[in-house]
Design a protein around this ligand. Structure first.
Ligand code: SF4
Ligand code: SF4
Length: 72
């Protein structure tokens, strides 16, 4: 049986500037902006859908502030 790994994203809120590029580029529309504000004074992305671990958000983040990880 094939077991599908769960994928998550981790956002470094010390680095995120809330530009929203990752949200715009996610092919699954799995990211939304948080209502909370990080230490830099910006909203930051949170997962609100199914992440497939494609890493596109990582590739496009200009500040290396988001990573996706799959597995238990
Ligand atoms: S890894 Fe891919 S699917 Fe997951 S949040 Fe980033 S862009 Fe979206
Ligand atoms: S692209 Fe990077 S800096 Fe911009 S909102 Fe996403 S995680 Fe934050």
């Amino acid at each position: 049986m094939i077991k599908l790994s769960k994928c998550r994203v981790f956002v470094d809120i010390e680095l995120c500037k809330g530009c929203g590029i990752c949200i715009a580029m996610c092919p699954r529309k799995a990211l939304v902006m948080s209502s909370d504000i990080g230490p830099r004074g910006f909203h930051y992305p949170i997962l609100n859908g199914e992440c497939i671990g494609c890493h596109i958000c990582e590739f496009y983040c200009p500040d290396f502030a988001i990573k996706s990880v799959c597995g238990d």
